[in-house]
Design a protein around this ligand. Structure first.
Ligand SMILES: *[C@@H]1O[C@H](CO)[C@@H](O)[C@H](O)[C@H]1NC(C)=O
Ligand SMILES: *[C@@H]1O[C@H](CO)[C@@H](O)[C@H](O)[C@H]1NC(C)=O
Length: 336
């Protein structure tokens, strides 16, 4: 049987155009040795009405980031009361499918339960340290990298508004990372932010913070979210990633999507193929770029339409899980 099949498969391969042959691989295979991940929501993974989400999650991706399930409002909704059920679902899925798991996230101004916002001074300091220690201890041994501090920067390169900044001062980032290092010294510690993908005031400010933290051995990597608008990518992503790598940290594309007005025009979908390739090529050109994560799998569940009215179509698979042209361009950029 095998001897009959092999020549058939070989001849099919020969007859296929290189374009089609490339398309038949997966994101994770094409990206190796880097990982290619996706944000995975526990509610989608366990949705019996939509088994494709988990199928595609397993088949295409070698990395997982819980979309919401490790955020403070999910893990410690009441002070000192920790709930890990949904985070554990995503972690179990990642483990079952040999995926690296990104921990996301520990200290962020958003998606905080109300009780955190009411704390002052040392009460907030103690709550922050307890949160970091408890959550990191829970997942010790399972997390490739933790986004310890999420979105700390303002556009002008100073620190952005946050209860942690107000109550604890600008040292809160160093404090959080010190606590994280003590809680689990087997995982990479990251700061994750957006609009820092190109060289600009915000990434300048972040770089200077990274240089101070690196001198204290408190930072291992920087996540660049990469929520882009079609046709509006910075032209210097590679240069920017490289200057962070030169500061001695790993870099990663952590929340990639490329949104456009919906319904999408043919021109925007075509531009999207180029934009995805631009990001892939920038990461590939920087040896310390560890991997790429898209913020979801299918346009159907993307956060974009709920956050940016009249926009969507930002991911690599359409509402019906068909591979988009941007999927093919991503595969081809990964393989090139
Ligand atoms: C579950 O699948 C159904 C059918 O595709 C879909 O309408 C619904 O939005 C999905 N819910 C979640 C949480 O994924
Ligand atoms: C990591 O922490 C453990 C205790 O949890 C300690 O035994 C070990 O020496 C630490 N390793 C490094 C490199 O600091």
């Amino acid at each position: 049987m095998l001897s009959l099949l092999v020549p058939v498969l070989l001849s099919l391969n020969v007859l296929s155009s290189p374009h089609e042959a490339r398309q038949s691989t997966t994101l994770k295979a094409a990206a190796s040795p880097r990982y290619f991940g996706a944000a995975l929501g526990a509610g989608h993974l366990s949705n019996v009405s939509d088994p494709k989400f988990a199928e595609f999650g397993a088949a295409q991706f070698s990395g997982a980031t819980p979309e919401n399930e490790m955020k403070w409002d999910f893990t410690e909704p009441e002070q000192g009361v920790f709930t890990f059920d949904q985070a554990n679902q995503v972690a179990a899925f990642a483990k079952a499918n040999n995926q690296i798991l990104r921990g996301h996230n520990l200290v962020w101004f958003s998606q905080l339960p109300d009780w955190v916002e009411t704390l002052q001074g040392n009460d907030l300091l103690n709550a922050m340290n307890n949160h970091i220690t408890t959550v990191m201890t829970q997942f010790k041994g399972q997390i490739f990298a933790w986004d310890v501090v999420n979105e700390p920067m303002a556009d002008d390169g100073t620190l952005g508004p946050s209860p942690f900044l107000t109550q604890l001062g600008s040292g809160y980032i160093q404090t959080a990372l010190t606590t994280a290092r003590k809680a689990d010294n087997t995982t990479f510690l990251y700061i994750n932010d957006f609009n820092t993908e190109g060289v600009n005031a915000k990434s300048d400010g972040l770089l200077s913070i990274v240089q101070s933290l690196k001198a204290l051995n408190l930072i291992d990597g920087i996540g660049f979210e990469s929520h882009f608008i079609v046709g509006e990518l910075p032209t210097d992503i590679q240069t920017n990633l490289q200057r962070f790598a030169d500061a001695g940290v790993d870099v990663a594309i952590t929340e990639l999507d490329v949104r456009m007005t919906v319904p999408p025009s043919a021109a925007d979908l075509e531009q999207q193929t180029k934009d995805y390739a631009t990001v892939i090529n920038a990461c590939k050109a920087v040896s310390r770029c560890r991997g790429i994560t898209t913020w979801g799998i299918t346009d159907l569940y993307s956060w974009v339409p709920g956050t940016f009215p009249n926009m969507g179509a930002a991911l690599l698979f359409d509402d019906s899980y068909n591979e988009k042209a941007s999927f093919t361009s991503t595969i081809n950029a990964l393989l090139s």
